[in-house]
Design a protein. Structure first.
Lengths: 398, 398
């Protein structure tokens, strides 16, 4: 039975008068999340108190929810665990990956990566010592830059600004051919399109849940470790909940079994409750249906904008196969245009220097949203030449 | 005006029939936290969506709440920031501290430290290289073990098992005298007793908020950096929200001003909302009053138990000045005794191998709680000799 996207849309709270095209930044509230979080607070924390760790299953949430995310990203059961933030998970994955290539010192990434991934890599290299370094090339130069000096290839599959999508299977194979480990950031992939970590033979992956997975502001991140690496990787962030026996309170660290060792400290239980409610919706979604619907929405938006707004330049790949689930346009006055859009209820976002970014999220984006957004954008573009000096004032009063 | 602890007690949800003496593990639910979290979910996430980062003040919560915790721990304004878990904050503090003593390679700690602190130190040493090592001595040997080889003295002020309290001022002074940096873990101090980080000249401190500060399961941790170190420390976990200009999306890391640089990734906003509600209660508490009341509760419990339960041996220091805000007793059958207590509604906890642990938390622990807990413990101890083989069965059916 094909996924019923009208039914999934009914599961979300979408404020009146808003066309929300920023679910690639923060997903909207699933109705059930409000009740689920309230129950977690009142019935679990309030009534069970400390007993909630076992009685309410808090302790196992990170692996239980990890297994539900696994399906969405083509991961094997028992290979995903939730926790911390994406930046912390990047650090963990990189440290484990560098450990596996002990004679190499280079992390290779690209300028399309989300900056925090690069910053965390910088920090790790500095801690490891002066021989270690991060090399960053343009996205289209990645393949040719994978030399046998590279210990780790660290890439975000889908570019946060343009939506440009790397070929995970090909680049992972190339990395392996050169003896490097592949670490993939799925921030703009998980819940945006089908991912096949196992099929691509990825080594490590990380991602966040507050974008397409709708877990709410500050929802937990996740990490994937390929089953073949799980029992040999020694966590750099060796916290007690990754210990083989956390409640034995041993004085020395012994890594836990499998993916459990990538846990660090006490999980954020209220955030996990919100994620759980969202995953109840995801459990009903077929990823191939999601991709087809995502492409249809993106194509309709591109066609509409290009027909009505000749001053905007497509910044995303035109070929849907090369794109994630967002569409970006460039305009020198992009910031002011986005402010005008937001003031008219069309919420996308702006990324410096000139990118207007629109996320298309089949679970709740409707055809009417696409047409409405195109119409309002066309009105805004028509109301001013946008190259006259007063445009900023205009945008403010719109 | 002295703190009104009957009034603070009214601010908490305490389940019927429960005497809760485990607030040193997970604090109970403040009534207002339920409403505050619900508003964060429904009115902020639900209605504001991505705009909540500015409109609801989410982005500044980690420093705003840090400043409210600062008063409770004697920290200067602008020296505390919330985020991540305690284990992650330990790693950050240690990495920054080691950086400041570049010719030294030893982290000194004690066997009374919480194991995760030791595990994180082990992991950091391993990442830094084979010269780095963690040395762990008995708590009473710490002072004499601070040699001029020690880069960092890392201690938890109050022992999680026994409540034994280190002399922060004296040990910090001794560390400084030997050229070492002092990192204090306040897990069992923050909200348990007055702490004077500035007065003790501490360099770094870390702590959690889900124990005495009642922020709920998985509430955020905090880190303190002495103002004199803030602008020179270079974060090892260099995430984007610690960048000088996170939304410029630069490709290279530049640390943010002051304490902001210790931020890493996206903060857990629902957990922060719960903490905010709890801090509204803390704002009305005088720390000297808290300490006096804590000592009175602990002394009454010790006297009551020692009079009624001769088989239990006090594991905490008898001198209140040497103790945090908990009392521990030893018994070879401690686990079974604690199970029996819990089944009668007295919730403390057990720590291997033989420790019964009871937290006294003036904000909501009443004199009646103390007397009730003593009476039930006395009944349990009297109902069996606890050295007969069937005690476990007995405990189960109690």
């Amino acid at each position: 039975m094909p996924t019923d996207f009208a039914a999934t849309r009914d599961q979300f709270h979408l404020p009146e008068g808003v066309i929300y095209l920023d679910g690639n930044s923060l997903g909207p509230l699933p109705h059930a999340a409000a009740a689920r979080v309230a129950a977690c607070v009142t019935d679990e924390w309030g009534q069970m108190l400390i007993r909630g760790w076992n009685a309410a299953g808090w302790m196992d949430q990170p692996t239980r929810l990890g297994n539900r995310i696994a399906r969405l990203i083509g991961a094997e059961p028992g290979s995903v665990v939730l926790g911390d933030t994406l930046s912390i998970k990047v650090y963990q994955a990189l440290a484990s990956a560098l450990d596996m290539a002990p004679t190499r010192r280079v992390i290779l990434s690209d300028t399309g990566n989300f900056p925090s991934d690069l910053y965390m890599a910088e920090g790790l290299c500095r801690t490891l010592g002066p021989d270690y370094r991060l090399v960053t090339v343009a996205p289209e130069e990645v393949a040719s830059a994978i030399t046998d000096e590279v210990a780790v290839l660290m890439l975000t599959e889908v570019d946060y600004r343009t939506g440009r999508k790397h070929d995970m299977a090909a680049l992972t194979a190339l990395a392996h051919e050169k003896g490097a480990i592949a670490v993939w950031d799925l921030a703009h992939s998980a819940g945006a399109l089908p991912v096949d970590l196992a099929g691509c033979d990825a080594d490590f992956a990380v991602g966040c849940t507050y974008k397409y997975l709708n877990s709410g502001p500050g929802g937990p991140a996740f990490i994937y470790v390929a089953p073949r690496h799980q029992d040999s990787t020694r966590p750099a962030l060796s916290g007690w909940l990754g210990h083989a026996a956390p409640f034995a309170f041993d004085l020395s660290y012994r890594p836990g079994a499998g993916i459990e060792r990538m846990r660090v400290g006490t999980p954020a239980i209220l955030q996990m409750a919100a994620l759980e409610a969202s995953l109840d919706i995801w459990d009903r979604v077929d990823m191939a249906d999601l991709r087809a619907r995502s492409i249809a929405l993106c194509e309709a938006f591109i066609a509409g904008v290009e027909a009505a707004c000749p001053d905007l330049t497509l910044a995303s790949p035109r070929d849907a196969a090369q794109r994630g689930s967002q569409v970006s346009f460039r305009h020198p006055e992009g910031y002011a245009i986005m402010q005008a859009l937001i003031s008219r209820g069309v919420i996308g976002d702006f990324r410096a220097p000139d990118i207007l970014r629109f996320g298309f999220t089949p679970l709740y984006t409707s055809d009417a949203d696409v047409h409405g957004a195109v119409a309002i954008l066309a009105e805004i573009m028509a109301m001013s030449s946008w190259d006259r000096p007063e445009f900023k004032t205009r945008a403010k009063v719109t």
